[in-house]
Design a protein around this ligand. Structure first.
Ligand code: RIB
Length: 352
């Protein structure tokens, strides 16, 4: 295999010093003529020079790598979020590593250890469902406190209060879904929830129930079924809600709504005419699957911009602290955590 071109090779080929090449390639302020910049660009191309990031990180004390740990990589919401986060990071010269905990605390703990040992500059973490269960928060907090780089929690446990976090107002989202169906004249409404041990699922259900009861209607617990945020969960919840006489259903994420609709189709039931369905996330339209179904949107683009903005700010402070140009608290994401709560919005059914 051919030897990898070095900075010295580029300097020799361009007829300039190694320092000049380094200043130009790192976009440092420098009085370098256009001719020399063009000569350097030609040499980089001819030699197929690729900066050695490992060597560079020893100097800059930065890997320019960040990690995103999602709980279910097969869930379209997290896939869409990963793409938006990647867009945000790449625009600022960072590379993203996406990892899947599969809602397992053990996997999440191993990933946190492995990724931080690789020297990532920051971690965006959507806690696994097992980490959100009652009594599991302390263990997750210990794991996060062992991490030496900045961490931002996303989407779940955003109200935990001990770490930087960004998420949506899930309680409001549940209320929006209920109000939409109540305004449609429905009185017997079912709900397919995520695992209510996890805060986003519990808050959506709580907002939904409060809105129904405050409207003077009765919430029937027999029409409340857990679907674990997964397709088969929505599918297997359908019979109980359909046979329970519901005329409408709130599926607490779009993936479960797909499963619910699949079962409706098998039973010859039409969306809207036979059962009104509202989902959550608004990630189906990009796959042409959102037809005839309203949903509560939590914009992945807004979530990605907010969590990356928060993490990048903490990374910059950490890098300055490493280079000695910043004093103060070593881990402000834990000692002085910021929480940003975004607002979900109702999106009417397309092609009704
Ligand atoms: O669809 C997956 C769900 O889990 C999303 O609604 C997101 O909020 C996450 O909590």
């Amino acid at each position: 295999m051919a030897r990898r071109a070095t900075l010295k090779d580029v300097a020799a080929a361009a007829g300039v010093s190694v320092t000049t090449v380094s200043l130009v390639l790192n976009d440092r302020p420098a009085r370098v003529s256009t001719e020399k910049r063009e000569a350097i660009a030609r040499a980089v191309k001819q030699l197929n020079y690729v900066p050695n990031q490992n060597a560079r990180s020893l100097v800059t004390k930065q890997s320019k790598l960040v990690a995103l740990i999602v709980p279910d990589i097969e869930n379209l919401f997290f896939a869409a979020l990963a793409k938006c986060v990647e867009d945000e990071c790449a625009a600022q010269g960072y590379s993203l590593i996406v990892a899947n905990s599969d809602d397992s605390r053990e996997s999440e703990q191993a990933l946190l250890r492995r990724l931080t040992s690789r020297g990532v500059d920051g971690v965006l973490l959507i806690p696994a469902r097992e980490s959100c269960a009652a009594g599991a928060g302390a263990a997750l907090r210990e794991d996060v406190e062992r991490v030496t780089c900045p961490v931002v929690l996303i989407d779940r446990l955003t109200q935990c209060g001990w770490c930087d976090a960004v998420g949506f107002d899930n309680y409001l989202g549940g209320r929006l879904a209920a109000q939409y169906l109540l305004e449609g004249g429905h009185k017997r409404i079912g709900i397919v929830t995520g695992d209510v041990a996890e805060s986003s699922a519990a808050d959506r259900r709580r907002g939904f129930v409060d809105a129904i009861e405050q409207a003077g209607e009765r919430f029937d617990p027999a029409l409340c079924v857990s679907g674990d945020y997964r397709f088969d969960g929505g599918y297997h919840a359908a019979d109980r809600i359909i046979d329970g006489g519901a005329t409408a259903v709130f599926c607490c994420n779009d993936v479960m709504a797909l499963g619910f609709r699949q079962r409706m189709a098998e039973r010859g039931l039409r969306v809207t005419e036979d059962m009104q369905v509202i989902g959550y996330d608004n990630i189906l339209k990009r796959f042409g699957l959102g037809w005839r179904m309203a949903t509560v949107e939590q914009s992945v683009a807004d979530l990605a911009a907010a969590c990356w903005g928060m993490l990048r700010e903490r990374i910059d402070v950490a890098v300055r602290a490493k280079s000695g140009t910043e004093s103060g608290d070593a881990r402000p994401w834990l000692s002085n955590p910021q929480v940003e709560v975004l607002t979900p919005k109702l999106v009417q059914a397309a092609c009704a």
